[in-house]
Design a protein around this ligand. Structure first.
Ligand code: ATP
Ligand code: MG
Length: 257
């Protein structure tokens, strides 16, 4: 089968057609360019709205995250430690928010995660029930498994569409962890949009059968063979992958760098 291939600018600027309420899932091993591409897509989507017209929230469960810090000003997002965020009184409204809970440095890891999870949960509930929202969770394993948000994520994925509450998730390892568990399988089956990077791990490829409506063997074969490019970044050389984009209506293409 011949797959269409688009350059990054073409895909982000003209081919990616997202509608309010549609979910997205991106998966590939670490440092292959998920956050980069998803932030480009967030920027593009938000540029179609007046600031604040679509409620955007990026949930950040980690204490630090270079990709989020780098993209926040570029997209015009404002950091908040609590939800709902403080109202903008002076100046221009932000395009959306990054919810970055304060961590409890002196607490046990378990108590700290429960605290962070609680702050994120409050926001997820509001974004879900209020609708007209796009929630982005860039490290879905941490949020879902370690912070205990799998039930909220499942609710969003299964019932959020009709309420105009979209969820975008990125994950390094769909097969999860033996020790702690994995992200809900609705993460692959519910989204309209999927982005997969090069991945040779058979356990991860097996999970692709959960996507539904696509031939898992074909998808696994493409994902195993996606080209990876070694590029120089400020953080040293990185092996960035081209992506397979799948639209659930039965459309696929490869996205370049
Ligand atoms: N298309 C691209 N052009 C230029 N640089 C890129 C591109 N894609 C990724 N990078 C750079 O490669 C590095 C890794 O990318 P990114 O942080 O998006 O990976 P990731 O898959 O989200 O990793 P992790 O799973 O660890 O969060 C970053 O420094 C990023 O700026
Ligand atoms: Mg990332």
């Amino acid at each position: 089968m011949r797959l269409a291939r688009y350059d990054r600018d073409e895909f982000v600027g003209h081919r990616f057609d997202w509608q309010r309420g549609e979910h997205l899932y991106a998966s590939e091993p670490t440092q292959q360019g998920k956050s980069f591409l998803l932030n480009q897509l967030v920027q593009r989507v938000l540029s179609d709205y007046e600031p604040g017209d679509l409620r955007f929230c990026s949930m950040m469960p980690k204490p630090r995250d270079p990709a989020t810090s780098e993209w926040m000003p570029r997209i015009g997002l404002k950091e908040t430690h609590r939800w709902p965020p403080p109202k903008t009184v002076f100046g221009q409204k932000p395009a959306g928010h990054v919810l970055w809970p304060r961590h409890l440095v002196n607490a046990t890891p378990k108590d700290n995660r429960a605290h962070v999870g609680g702050v994120l949960r409050t926001a997820m509930k509001d974004l879900y029930w209020g609708g007209n929202s796009l929630t982005f969770i860039d490290d879905a394993h941490i949020a879902a498994v370690l912070c205990g948000l799998n039930p909220e994520i499942e609710e969003h994925l299964t019932a959020g569409g009709g309420m105009g509450a979209s969820l975008w998730l990125a994950n390094q390892k769909p097969s999860g962890s033996v020790a702690t568990g994995s992200l809900t399988t609705f993460a692959y089956s519910a989204p309209t949009h999927l982005l997969l990077g090069h991945d040779p791990d058979e356990r991860n490829l097996k999970r692709l059968s959960e996507i539904g409506g696509v031939n898992p063997d074909l998808i696994a074969d493409i994902v195993r063979n996606l080209p990876v490019h070694r590029i120089m970044t400020q953080g040293g050389p990185k092996n960035v992958s081209e992506k397979l984009y799948i639209h659930k209506l039965g459309y696929m293409c490869v996205v370049g760098l």
